[in-house]
Design a protein around this ligand. Structure first.
Ligand code: C5P
Ligand code: C5P
Ligand code: ZN
Length: 475
C-alpha cells in the first residue's frame, strides 16, 4: 500500500509492523488539540488492530517526562505529536534497552534518528503547514489497517476527520485551506463520508455562535461598524430582509438555508467594500470549511475549528482525559464537561488578549515581546501571542515572543511568526532552541511557531540572543 502520504509509506509500514509485534503499547502524546487528536487516532487504530495500550499525556516531553515514561516499563512506546525533537534523549533510553520508541510527529527532529520514525520533515514535507501530528498519526493508522490481519472498516479512513481537526488546531489551514499531505487526508475523509468541505464564511463560530456574536467577535477580517461593535452588528442584521430569530433567539449561521447565507454574505461584502476594506482582505471572508458530517448541526464538534478549540480547553487545563473522551465518542459526560471548560478557556483567552493590548509589547531590532508573569497560564500564552500578532496595534512585521511563569525556577517562552516572515528566512524553532540552550534551557517546534523553557532571570540574555539570531535569519 502507498497510503495517503506516499513519501511516508515505508516508514509508516515499518512503524505499524513493529506495533503489531508488540503485546502492549504505551501511547504518549502532547496536551493540545493536535496532540489529543493524534492520540485519539492512534488509540482507535491500536484498538481495531487488537493491540492493548494505555495513554498518557505530557505538557512537554522533557527529560523528566521521558524518565517517567521509561519507568512504566513498556517494551514499546508510541509517541505522537512529540518525540522527534527529543530523540537525543529518547535514543539514550533505547540504547539502554528501556523501551523501543515508535514516533509519529511533525516537529523539527533532533540530530539523532531512530528506526521507527514517521515525520514529514524527514521526507521533505513541511511539518508546520503540510502535515500535523494527527496527520502523522493518521498515516500510521492507515498502515496499521493495511498490515493488520483484522478486518477494519474503511481501513481507518474514518479517522481522517480527527486528523483534520488536529491540522486545523495547529493552524495549518491558515492560508484559507489545508494543502500538501493534509489535502490527501481530507480527500480520504470525504471518501469515507466523515468530512464535507466547501467554501464558506471564514468567521469562527459558525456552528454555535448566535449571528450577532459571530459578526461582532470576528477578528480575522475586520469590518468597520460590525466587528467589535455589538450594536453595529445588531443594526446590520436588523437591516437585512431575513428572519434571523426563532422563538425570540438569534439563529446561528449553520442553521441558515443556503439562500439566507448568500444574502447575508453578500451584504457583509457590500458593507466591507463601502467601508473601504481592501479587496485582498475581503477575499479573506471566504475560506474552506471542514465539516464533520456525523456530528449534529449546531454542535461545536461539527466544525473542525470549533472542535479544536474545545479540545484545547481540556488538555491545556490538565483535563486531557475529557478531550480524549470527546474524540473517542463520549457524547454525554465528557462533552458536557468540555463545554464547561470551554467557557473558562474563552474567558482566559480574552483576558490574555486584553492584557497584551493594554500593556503593549517591547519592540527590539528584530522581534517584539511581552512578559505575562503568572497572569497568563503558560499552556495558553502561545495562543494569546498568536492572536495578538496583527491585532491591537501589534505589528506583523516582527515575530512575537512571550514569557509566562512555569514554576518557581523556570519560565515558558512561546514564539509566533507569520508565513511572510518564514518566507524571508525566519525559523523560530532554531531561534528559541539555540537561545534557550545558550542560557541553560531548551526548546524547539516549527519555523512559524515554537516554544522553550528557560531559567528564571535569564530573560534578558535569552532575548538578546534570540534577537541576534532572528536578525541573522532575516538579514
Ligand atoms: O505542538 P504543536 O505542533 O501541536 O503546536 C503547534 C502550534 O503552533 C500550535 O499552537 C499552533 O497554533 C501554532 N501555529 C501557529 N501558526 C501557524 C502554525 C502553527 O501559531 N501558522
Ligand atoms: O507551547 P507553544 O504553543 O508555544 O508551542 C509552540 C510549538 O513549540 C509547539 O509545536 C510545541 O510543541 C513546541 N515546543 C517545543 N519545545 C518546548 C515548547 C514548545 O518543541 N519546550
Ligand atoms: Zn502538533
Amino acid at each position: 500500500m502507498t497510503g495517503p502520504v506516499p513519501e511516508l509509506a515505508d516508514r509508516a509500514v515499518a512503524c505499524a509492523q513493529r506495533l503489531l509485534e508488540t503485546d502492549r503499547v504505551l501511547l504518549a502524546s502532547h496536551i493540545d488539540a493536535d496532540g489529543l487528536t493524534s492520540a485519539a487516532v492512534a488509540a482507535q487504530a491500536l484498538e481495531r488492530a487488537g493491540i492493548p495500550f494505555e495513554a498518557v499525556f505530557e505538557k512537554q516531553l522533557d527529560e523528566a517526562a521521558i524518565a517517567g515514561i521509561a519507568a512504566r516499563e513498556y517494551d514499546t512506546v508510541l509517541f505522537t505529536d512529540f518525540g522527534s525533537g527529543q530523540l537525543d534523549v529518547i535514543a539514550d533510553y533505547e540504547r539502554r534497552g528501556a523501551f523501543t520508541p515508535v514516533i509519529a510527529d511533525h516537529h523539527q527532529p533532533a540530530e539523532t534518528d531512530t528506526e521507527y520514525h514517521l515525520n514529514p520533515l524527514l521526507v521533505g514535507l513541511n511539518g508546520a503547514s503540510e502535515l500535523s501530528g494527527a496527520g502523522a498519526s493518521y498515516v500510521l493508522a492507515r498502515a496499521l489497517a493495511a498490515e493488520s490481519e483484522c478486518e477494519i472498516e474503511h481501513e481507518n479512513r474514518d479517522l481522517a476527520a480527527l486528523a483534520v481537526v488536529g491540522a486545523v488546531g495547529d493552524m495549518q489551514a491558515s492560508s484559507g485551506e489545508l494543502h500538501g499531505a493534509n489535502a490527501g487526508i481530507v480527500a480520504e475523509g470525504e471518501t469515507a463520508g466523515v468530512l464535507e468541505t466547501g467554501p464558506d464564511l471564514s468567521l469562527y463560530g459558525k456552528q454555535t455562535r448566535p449571528l450577532p456574536k459571530l459578526l461582532e467577535y470576528a477578528s480575522d477580517v475586520r469590518i468597520p461598524g460590525i466587528s467589535n461593535d455589538a450594536n453595529g452588528a445588531l443594526r446590520f442584521l436588523d437591516g437585512l430582509d431575513l428572519e434571523l430569530t426563532r422563538d425570540g433567539e438569534w439563529r446561528c449561521w449553520s442553521e441558515l438555508t443556503s439562500e439566507e447565507k448568500q444574502v447575508l454574505a453578500s451584504a457583509l461584502v457590500r458593507r466591507a467594500v463601502s467601508r473601504g476594506v481592501p479587496a485582498g482582505r475581503i477575499d479573506g471572508l471566504v475560506s474552506t470549511a471542514y465539516v464533520l458530517s456525523d456530528e449534529p448541526v449546531g454542535s461545536e464538534l461539527r466544525d473542525a475549528s470549533e472542535f479544536s478549540t474545545l479540545l484545547n480547553a481540556t488538555a491545556r487545563y490538565e483535563r486531557a482525559d475529557v478531550g480524549l473522551g470527546v474524540c473517542l465518542g463520549n457524547r454525554e459526560g465528557a462533552l458536557e464537561r468540555a463545554r464547561t471548560l470551554l467557557r473558562d478557556h474563552r474567558r482566559n483567552l480574552s483576558a490574555g488578549i486584553d492584557l497584551v493590548t493594554r500593556e503593549g509589547v517591547t519592540v527590539e531590532d528584530n522581534l517584539q515581546w511581552f512578559h505575562a508573569g503568572d497572569r497568563i497560564r503558560e499552556t495558553i500564552v502561545g495562543i494569546v501571542a498568536g492572536m495578538a500578532l496583527g491585532n491591537g496595534g501589534i505589528s506583523r512585521e516582527k515575530p512575537i515572543l512571550a514569557f509566562a511563569a512555569k514554576n518557581d525556577d523556570e519560565l515558558k517562552v512561546s514564539a509566533r511568526g507569520t508565513h511572510a516572515l518564514v518566507g524571508r528566512g525566519l525559523d523560530l524553532s532554531a531561534v528559541v532552541g539555540e537561545a534557550a540552550r545558550a542560557v541553560g534551557g531548551d526548546g524547539g517546534g516549527h519555523d512559524v511557531a515554537a516554544g522553550a523553557t528557560v531559567p528564571k532571570g535569564e530573560e534578558e540574555a535569552f532575548l538578546e540572543r534570540a534577537d541576534a539570531i532572528v536578525g541573522e535569519q532575516l538579514g
